[in-house]
Design a protein around this ligand. Structure first.
Ligand code: CDP
Ligand code: CDP
Length: 212
């Protein structure tokens, strides 16, 4: 098939979608957008302005005015901000306010790789290649536990597993753009895969879509 290559990578928390999406972007020399960071920025801005994280009116106002360059990525990767991001991500005004910038990114002439929850279903339903990355909650909790320990954030495995289950339920259960695989997505379960194995499988899937 012809035309630009857009790769949509979706999946639940700590499934490995970000690692895969970054590696795919490097492999195909395309720009990459981590859309989870946008929701994390909105959550951070709502909290910094002193609002309750459940205040949909405040979040809706912030989403139309916030300045992406004001946030350092590392400060957005913490445990609490991921939780807060999933709360604002259930608000229709927040989701709709972030659609245009994601679609603009995807429309670049050289193609693009985007990762998130709704890239293949809502943001880029025409994407040529769609991956839905999964792993068991236990494997994802172990990965996130290790990652947070590396950041110096102390947390128990059990606590992180509970976080992950709660976030899965919130992301899958919301009515606006719930987490789910697009009909034409290829499911990639990384539970038993190393990063290198997962990357090799993902490249094979994308190459098949490019050829097909
Ligand atoms: O890296 P991790 O999967 O833990 O989180 P993330 O991708 O940074 O996303 C944080 C939260 O933002 C998720 O739990 C979702 O609620 C929300 N999100 C979303 O709703 N749609 C997206 N396209 C990306 C993230
Ligand atoms: O973006 P998402 O939250 O889905 O996950 P990630 O940030 O790509 O991966 C979460 C953690 O799991 C990272 O520390 C990765 O290095 C690790 N990982 C892994 O151990 N094995 C994989 N197959 C994929 C990721």
């Amino acid at each position: 098939s012809k035309g630009r290559l857009v790769i949509a990578v979706d999946g639940p928390a700590a499934s490995g979608k970000g690692t895969l999406a970054r590696r795919l972007a490097a492999h195909y020399a395309m720009p990459y957008l981590d859309t989870g960071l946008l929701y994390r920025m909105v959550a951070r801005a709502v909290l910094e302005a002193g609002h309750d994280i459940r205040d949909a009116e405040a979040a809706g106002a912030i989403v139309s005015t916030f300045d992406e360059s004001a946030f350092a990525e590392d400060s957005l990767r913490g445990r609490e901000i991921g939780e807060a991001a999933s709360v604002v991500a259930a608000m229709p005004a927040v989701r709709s306010g972030l659609i245009a910038r994601q679609r603009r990114f995807a429309a670049q002439s050289g193609g693009a790789v985007l990762d998130g929850r709704d890239i293949g279903t809502v943001i880029c339903p025409q994407a040529r290649a769609k991956l839905f990355v999964t792993a068991t909650p236990e494997v994802r909790a172990a990965r996130r536990h290790k990652e947070l320990a590396g950041r110096g954030e102390a947390a128990t495995f059990e606590g992180i597993l509970a976080d992950i289950r709660r976030r899965d339920a919130r992301d899958s259960g919301r009515s606006d753009a719930p987490l789910k695989a697009a009909d034409d997505a290829v499911i990639l379960d990384t539970s038993a895969l190393t990063i290198e194995e997962a990357v090799a499988k993902a490249i094979a899937i994308v190459d098949a879509r490019r050829a097909g």
